[in-house]
Ligand binder design. Structure first.
Ligand code: CO
Length: 432
């Protein structure tokens, strides 16, 4: 895909994917529209060479597969990994907080959210609702209120004169969004959820809402920004950008070598879940691609994974937060992430392979290493590498304000990453 339509489509994808459930549903539609067939983990699979398939778990993790015509024991597999989740505020089960006359929501912080930017935003709510229908069945559906239905107001500076020096945020007390002013009708949060469910899915015949996983998000659409349109801004760039680049690259892939895209939920909270990178989802799918355990072990030794998750671009107002020799810049291409303590899975061989892919694709590439005195982040790369023993490189689009409700990335970098991943899916054999 050319750069301009790519960026517009990327921003549309991010804007319409407020939760992992929505991101997976949207990717699923895109794959099905492009000739991929749906697989169900509960059924027997009949995978054919040249076949294109997708399978989801929990509605929030997705694996897409192209079964290559070459034997996996001869050429291995090319795997791109990313995550579907982003830090946010999730609504608690008994959500109603009434501080007369207002209805507010009790929320939990999901992942390492930067909380300051959540104040004074036009917030909406989306996620999955599980309900009982009129036939007595328990069913789930995704909902998205779309409209701004809540706000977390800041405390005025007059009431906290030190706010610019040392305001601290208590995640239990200070971030409960205000939803409405209660009148005579005793409306509560479950009423709002049920009303939205019936509005969005009139056929669902929901009788009672049993449970939900709903999170708040900013309704401001992603945008292209800057006097020369150098930047893109929006929420959840970490890591929907990588999901989108990986999916776009896979849609362009041929069917010589087996190619896999895995997009896992729960990376931001440690990946330990049934559908997370530390769970068995990917391994069980790979086992079904490769007939038997010995074939899988042999195939994995010839396989390669690109773990794609955004990197920290050096911030011009805080340049001392980066190692002076490793300062990724926006629009300088994807960054290879390296850490001596294996917080990133990159080694010299896998870094070299990715550098070469970028050269082949005509894409600039840079390197990120954390300051030695700063704790380093991590990704699904080391987790999957240690679970299945695959050669892995950690890379990512550089960005500012990671885990803010509005992040900034370079306008060109996602397209660069897509071109590099497209090259990767064409890689016939590893050089080592
Ligand atoms: Co991430």
């Amino acid at each position: 895909m050319d750069k301009d339509p790519f960026i517009l489509d990327l921003l549309a994808f991010v804007g319409s994917s407020p939760t992992p459930f929505h991101a997976v549903a949207s990717m699923q539609t895109r794959f099905l529209d492009n000739g991929f067939a749906s697989l169900d983990e509960r059924h027997e699979w009949d995978l054919r060479a040249g076949g294109r398939y997708i399978v989801t778990r929990n509605g929030s993790s997705l694996i897409a597969i192209i079964v290559g015509r070459h034997a996996v024991t001869a050429n291995g597999m090319r795997i791109v990994g990313a995550h579907t989740d982003s830090p946010c505020l999730k609504v608690k089960p008994s959500a109603n907080i009434t501080r007369s006359p207002y209805l507010q929501l009790g929320v939990e912080v999901y992942g390492g959210a930067l909380l300051n930017p959540w104040f004074d935003r036009d917030l909406s709510l989306a996620g999955r609702v599980t309900y009982r229908n009129s036939a007595g069945k328990i069913v789930s559906a995704n909902i998205d209120f779309r409209e701004p239905i809540a706000v977390i107001p800041s405390l005025a500076i007059h009431l906290d004169r030190d706010a610019n020096k040392n305001r601290s945020i208590n995640s239990e007390q200070h971030v409960s969004p205000v939803v409405l002013i209660r009148g005579d009708a005793e409306i509560d949060f479950l009423d709002l959820v049920k009303r939205q469910l019936l509005d969005e899915h009139p056929e669902c015949a929901a009788k009672s809402v049993l449970s939900y996983e709903l999170s708040l998000y900013d309704t401001q659409a992603p945008a292209i920004v800057g006097a020369n349109r150098d930047f893109i801004t929006g929420a959840r760039f970490d890591n929907l950008l990588s999901c989108y680049c990986g999916a776009s690259a896979l849609l362009d892939a041929g069917d010589d070598v087996s190619c896999v895209l895995v997009c896992n939920d729960h990376e931001e909270v440690g990946s330990a879940s049934a559908c997370g990178a530390q769970g068995p989802f990917l391994k069980s799918v790979l086992e079904r691609i490769t007939a038997n355990p010995e074939a899988l072990t042999r195939a994995l030794d010839r396989s390669f994974m690109v773990s794609a998750d955004n990197a920290h671009a050096a911030h011009p107002n805080y340049t001392d937060k980066h190692d002076a020799q490793h300062r990724p810049v926006l629009n300088g291409g994807p960054a290879i992430k390296i850490n001596a303590n294996q917080r990133y899975a990159t080694n010299s061989q896998t870094a070299a392979v990715f550098q070469d892919l970028c050269i082949q694709a005509g894409v600039p590439v840079q390197t990120f290493v954390s300051r030695s005195d700063l704790a380093c982040g991590t990704t699904i790369g080391p987790i999957i590498a240690s679970e299945i023993g695959i050669n892995t490189v950690d890379v990512g689009v550089p960005q500012w304000a990671m885990h803010s409700i509005r992040e900034t990335a370079g306008q060109a970098d996602s397209h660069y990453l897509y071109l590099a991943l497209r090259e990767f899916f064409r890689l016939q054999a590893l050089p080592f």
